[in-house]
Design a protein around this ligand. Structure first.
Ligand code: ACO
Length: 327
């Protein structure tokens, strides 16, 4: 039995931070940010709104679209690198906020590949009969781990949440056709939040040195992202036995428009078959794919029977893809 996405939902905070706002904060320009990344503006959660609140709003919309309720869920999985707390998990907070049954609920960290990893777990649970319906949520408030004095990272990130209700597909032709995931921890230092964990507990010094914020060797990460996203896309197509020319939609992780352009070219896809939201929301890490997917489903671009390939790359490093026939 295949699994399928039965409903999607997303939520981004109202507050907008434009490139022009950033020009006043660091030595940068709207022109540099647009041409080097494709970002025009991004959303920012206020200080009293934790990740679980964004997750709640996205999850409710996904449940509504699926015509199921929180009570129907057999598991709640949350992909995030910006949980409300180290523990309890944001998934447990969400389980309570949604009024779900006391079902298995946990967070996991796969950087920007989080939603892909989450779908793969949900698919496996459903196929194995461990769960019938799984709520997969990706939520990030990266603006809360941003170093606002580092122009090479602070212009890139935004906040938001995306969710999917995963359940049995209507038949064997629809739903998730292939999954592919990989990781390579040897390069983890290139994209890291150094302090606050057991390797470097919080101290006055870690705060002074800005070690509770995201550090990224952007150039290096870029090279790996391009290579591994292409690998994940090709693998996804091969495993599903789908030819490139039969692909209807690409929903890639939104880290940089240049990476997205490159991937589309390699797959021979015109850009009007690629869902792009990076201009509006920047890089929202794990949330970027489900937010883009939800927008394209709701505005009618993604239709029944079409093939949809989602591809991501992120901290870890992690990368992967999920290929579906939309039902
Ligand atoms: N404004 C103006 N100039 C800047 C800025 C800025 N905001 N940021 C960097 N620069 C300068 C640099 O200082 C450098 O100047 P120099 O040549 O005088 O030293 C110059 O611009 C070029 O810097 P690069 O880092 O080489 O710029 P690049 O073209 O690589 O773009 C970027 C940087 C946007 C970060 C890019 O490398 C990137 O997108 N990396 C990949 C990120 C990614 O893929 N993430 C995916 C997974 S991770 C995740 O999503 C959390």
């Amino acid at each position: 039995m295949r699994s399928a996405i039965l409903g999607t939902g997303s939520y981004v905070p109202e507050k907008v931070l434009t490139n022009f706002d950033l020009e006043k904060m660091v030595d940068t320009s709207d022109e540099w940010i647009r041409t080097r990344t494709g970002i025009v503006e991004r959303r920012m959660a206020d200080k009293d709104t934790p990740s679980s609140e964004l997750a709640l709003r996205a999850a409710k919309k996904a449940l509504q679209m699926s015509n199921l309720t929180a009570q129907d869920m057999d598991a709640i999985l949350v992909a995030t690198v910006t949980p409300d707390h180290m523990f309890p998990s944001t998934a447990c907070l969400l389980q309570h906020k949604l009024g779900a049954r006391k079902v298995m609920s946990y967070d996991f960290s796969a950087g920007c590949t989080g939603f892909i990893y989450g779908l793969i777990q949900a698919d496996a649970m459903i196929r194995a009969g461990v769960a019938k319906y799984v709520l997969v949520v990706a939520v990030e408030e990266l603006t809360k781990i941003t170093n606002w004095t580092d122009r090479s990272t602070c212009v890139l990130f935004g906040d938001g949440a995306g969710a999917a209700v995963v359940g049995p597909a209507k038949d064997d032709e629809h739903g998730i056709l292939s999954t592919y995931a990989a990781a390579d921890g040897s390069l983890g230092d290139l994209l890291i939040l150094p302090a606050g964990g057991s390797a470097m507990p919080a101290s006055e010094e870690t705060v002074k040195k800005n070690l509770h914020t995201l550090h990224m060797a952007g150039n290096e990460v870029f090279k790996h992202a391009v290579r591994q996203m292409e690998e994940a896309a090709i693998k996804g197509l091969e495993l599903a036995g789908i030819d490139m020319k039969d692909l209807d939609w690409l929903v890639p992780h939104q880290a940089n428009i240049r990476i997205i352009d490159f991937l589309a070219r390699r797959l021979n896809l015109p850009m009007d078959r690629v869902v792009v939201t990076i201009d509006k929301y920047g890089n929202t890490s794990a949330s970027s794919i489900p937010i883009a997917l939800d927008e394209a489903v709701r505005d009618g671009r993604i239709k029944s029977d079409q093939t949809v390939l989602m591809v991501a790359f992120g901290a870890g490093f992690t990368w992967g893809s999920v290929l579906m026939r939309w039902q």
